[in-house]
Design a protein around this ligand. Sequence first.
Ligand code: ADP
Ligand code: G6P
Length: 481
Amino acid sequence: MPPRLIAVSNRIPTGSPSSGGLVVALRDALSASGGLWIGAHPDPGTGLEEMEEVSGGGCRCLAFRLSEEEISDYYLGYANSVLWPLCHRRVDLVEMPSTYEERYRAVNARVAKLIAQVARPDDLIWVHDYHFFPLASELRALGLANRIGFFLHIPFPSLGDLSVLSQPEDFADWLADYNLLGLQTRGDVARCLEMYRADPRAEFMPDGTVKMQGRITSVRSFPIGIDVDHFRELAGVGGRNPFGREAPDGFVIGVDRLDYSKGIPNRFRAFGRYLKTRPEGTRPCLVQIAPPTRERVQAYQDITSELEEIAGRLNGAFAELDWTPIRYIHRSIDRSVLARLHRMARACAVTSLADGMNLVAKEFVAAQDPEDPGVLILSRFAGAAEDMTEALLVNPYDIEEMAAAIHQALEMPLDERRARHAACMEVVRRTDATRWAAQFLAALRTCMPTLSPQVARLSSSHRRHRAVPDEKPDRVDEPLK
Ligand code: ADP
Ligand code: G6P
């Protein structure tokens, strides 16, 4: 029997359609090890000192409740109004009331205590995403010496942007308590190592790991993927035409949470530019599915208004009585309908200004008929672009270039579409969700074990009470793998 796996993420599987590849990937690993998944209950509550079993996702899930204040300050506040914009190169959107950070630290400390109640000494603990950067430090402070891995689903922030945090040095310190730090791309790894290179407490070891005040962390990229066969199956299932009698001639699809990092306003502008110069007689559509997300945060309210304004203006300018060029749906839709839409689309526009990976890009490629595939237009700022180099790569700040890419995608000859699709599909298969999870866990199992619980506790409280960093260690400043 492999060691038990405990996965921790703020959002846990609830059986809802948008749970996606992460759930599938972890569910397999969790059920193979008899493990459990811990995360926030979807509803706020007051029973903060215990966890409850929730059903969903085909694995054992334990949920902790967040109070209304914690949702405001930890989830909408520090996680999504400080760390999210920071990691997505939007420090101009960072909001910093002191209660955000206090509550973020407090929730991490509380969740660590709840995990410590159920964790066994040989469990592997796999923490996901920016809601829980300090979780390993809190677990170490409680004396846990388990192997703890962290995977960051979003971009790693740049060194300069990290200065926006009230105590930037804590960030590197939090991450140093993980045995394995998994990032999406090689670019993310480079940014993370740059942070450690600039930190006088960090030392680079000859095997590529980072040593900081006695703790050794391995930093590697593990590009996340999707459950390819399942998505292909969904896309291929017959059923009624989702458009009914309103089917467009040919359409470009966009599918994103309505997040400012996705570059949707520029996508609309580029489509508008394309409409102006499109070949005579064509009446293409942009079908944009953009469900609301984090709606109480001002920046999300602003992007919603901006998009409505642009869609209204462009439709006003170009629509005809029997043709609406932009079909914008501000709701979530059923995953099987989504997969069918991908298969019917002639192109997909992924125009993120910053994105960890972008699973929609992989889902679009997986959904295609290889004999007559649509074309992926992909922002060079999405993690997916690092490997999917045969997509039509675009700069999402350049409206003209994107308009030209839409034209190129819609006019592309069949041979070229097939060749580009085959190359992208090879990447989608090579990085599928199951392999992603298996590779991360294999790497975590081989990490150097951490100190014993007693030493872990001592060393953690020692660091907490030190006002100055350790003496500068000898450094190896060579680039690492
Ligand atoms: P992010 O994680 O930033 O939202 P990704 O593209 O990596 O972006 O992942 C989004 C996931 O959510 C994909 O699996 C996508 O299919 C799913 N999704 C996005 N919009 C919808 C929607 N309207 N309905 C159902 N699923 C959606
Ligand atoms: C991104 C993040 C996830 C988050 C998801 C949806 O994918 O990496 O951690 O769960 O967005 O955001 P939400 O705020 O609705 O959980």
